[in-house]
Design a protein around this ligand. Sequence first.
Ligand code: T4K
Length: 409
Amino acid sequence: MPMLTEAPPRLALFGAEPAFAEPRHVGAPNIGDRSRLLARIETMLDNRRLSNRGPMVGEFEARVARVAGVKHCIAMCNGTVALEIGARALGLTGEVIVPSFTFVATAHALKWQGLEPVFCDIDPATHSLDPDQVEALITPRTSGILGVHLWGRPAAVDRLRDIANRHNLRLMFDGAHAFGSTLDGHPVGGGGDLEIFSFHATKFLNSAEGGAVVTNDDHLADRVRLMQNFGFTGEDQVSALGVNGKMNEMSAAMGLTSLESMDHFLDVAGRNHAAWQREINPVDGLDMMTWGPAVSTNRQYIVVDVTAERCGLTRDHLVAALRAENILARRYFYPGCHNMEPYRSTPPTGGYRLPHTEIVSRRVMVLPTGTAVSLDDIARMGQALRDILCHAPEISRRLAAPAESPVSA
Ligand code: T4K
């Protein structure tokens, strides 16, 4: 634990100026070449083609499919609708096994489709579905597994594929975080029957709002396209129940522009990740998530595990102190979907036993990165973090309010 200094804490929590005059966010968008974006918008306006599978959406789909190494990409209005349509196109029914340690959209998309998310615990080392526990949760009502490539780190794809095959289940992946990540040199995208991406503003690659379903299955791709466009098979022919999940041309223009800068985004993410490692690694009690050589992630999330007994502050107190300095660390994905409504109030018989999810969601914080964050910012954030930890006892006393937790995720 860092030594307590004698000087009065020069920290925002104690009335000093915050370390940053303007907030540093987790999720500030990566923005590509503005002139290219504006040129595309001009073209779109000249064409008077704003939506309904215009040329830019077509080009975006082709490029996303190439990066993801899959046959088909169907661009969507967002990642949540991609999950909903994907689950429907797979014909999922009854129960679907899913992690609780994820953004709530993963669970909501299933529930919204009338499916029952069955929450499974995670492997605490990888933060994704623990395949052994998945197998134990399969019942006659289980129709599928929805794995999540959390933080862009690929889930245990091969083991989940094996379980799905042996039990005749459909396998789907929520790759909202994982565009551009690879496993054993293969891009994330082709591991399940289908996978989805999010291109929300906060994602590594954004189209402002947007998402995609990707798959190598021709039949599934046709079903997804049909469902995404009201079930239309002709100008006045509807052959199935459908909805409106289409991406518009403005989003595709943004997405294409982001794709052109993808190498730059990857470079900056790698540079920032290394800089954060230099700040975090020497601090006892803070451990940045790492992965082995088989995995390469887009490094969009700086994920840090906080051991209060060693660094002197609980995760929540550390996040509160950072936020006071205008370093808007996040408690993703606290408290786990199973502790949120409607899931919390409608537990299965016996309740959920997710000890790893409970522990990890209380220990993990996510720090700012992306092209809006400079190396100088990271050095200053690192210094602020060390200053905070030097005053851990005073901070703990100040924040030890009996009632509410001091920050929101
Ligand atoms: N599956 C997973 C595993 C996901 O993580 C998500 C979404 C989905 C599915 C669903 O995909 P989408 O339907 O969203 O395409 C944010 C995002 O809204 C959400 O897309 C994302 N995951 C989730 C992890 O993060 P919030 O509630 O944290 O958003 P918010 O408004 O607090 O924004 C985060 C930070 O980003 C803010 O501190 C400010 C900054 N920001 C945000 C926006 C929108 C900016 O600087 N500029 C911006 O334009 O959910």
